[in-house]
Design a binder for this molecule. Structure first.
Ligand code: DLZ
Length: 204
């Protein structure tokens, strides 16, 4: 049955030749972890190779636009240099990936040396008692849009802007309203990244 909301039944795109970047904030870690898992599952289901997914973390959502911009720039440098070391990880310092602690020679190497085909920015903002939420939500939304248009790279908007924690649990697929699990929006973001990454290589 067709649903009113959401992107509809995902058409399958072949992500096996794509390189995808993910930057996630660490605030509201329970939801972030679930959203990240949903995103990675959709990428894997689309055929994106594990070694062609680079993951970085930043403290909070406010840092997402800058991190996406730097990560993409680093992947462009990497694609024009012969060095196998992850330029993105070097630039930002990976915090979320144990593999980054390994010497460069032991790190999983990407099978593609092209710049990222799409980058997914993931954050969870929960409204508090001040105007903080409004300022950050607005700044991050505009910042991410700017990065994708100025940088000419698809940036997937994985920012949940929530009025309550319950809304986040539903949207992270942790706990729904009717005793169900809700819907993990991370899967939508993963599929969106693959679709845009594939289409970016040829719109007509
Ligand atoms: C400071 C702050 C607050 C109050 N709430 C959130 C939040 O709900 N989600 C989130 O991702 N980040 C939050 N932050 C942190 C800011 O995004 C940012 O990391 C700091 O202000 C430092 O720039």
């Amino acid at each position: 049955m067709a649903t009113l909301k959401g992107p509809g039944k995902p058409k399958t795109y072949d992500g096996s030749g794509l390189r995808i970047g993910i930057v996630h904030a660490r605030w509201n870690a329970t939801m972030i972890d679930a959203l990240l898992a949903g995103t990675k599952k959709a990428l894997a289901d689309s055929g994106v190779k594990d070694e062609n997914i680079a993951i970085q973390s930043v403290p909070g959502s406010y840092e997402l636009p800058y991190a996406v911009k730097q990560m993409y720039a680093a992947s462009q440098v990497q694609s024009t240099s012969s060095g196998p070391i992850s330029a993105a990880a070097d630039l930002l310092g990976s915090t979320s990936d144990l593999a980054s602690l390994a010497p460069a020679s032991q790190k999983p190497q990407p099978t593609s040396s092209a710049p990222f085909d799409a980058i997914i920015a993931i954050g969870v903002l929960i409204k508090g008692e001040t105007m903080h939420f409004e300022y950050i939500a607005d700044a991050v939304s505009h910042g991410l849009m700017r990065v994708q248009l100025d940088g000419n790279v698809p940036v997937i908007f994985g920012l949940l802007t929530l009025l309550t924690e319950e809304q986040g649990l539903q949207r992270a697929g942790i706990a729904g309203t009717g005793g169900d699990q809700g819907h993990n929006h991370g899967t939508d973001w993963g599929f969106a990244a693959v679709e845009l990454g594939v289409k970016r290589r040829g719109w007509v």
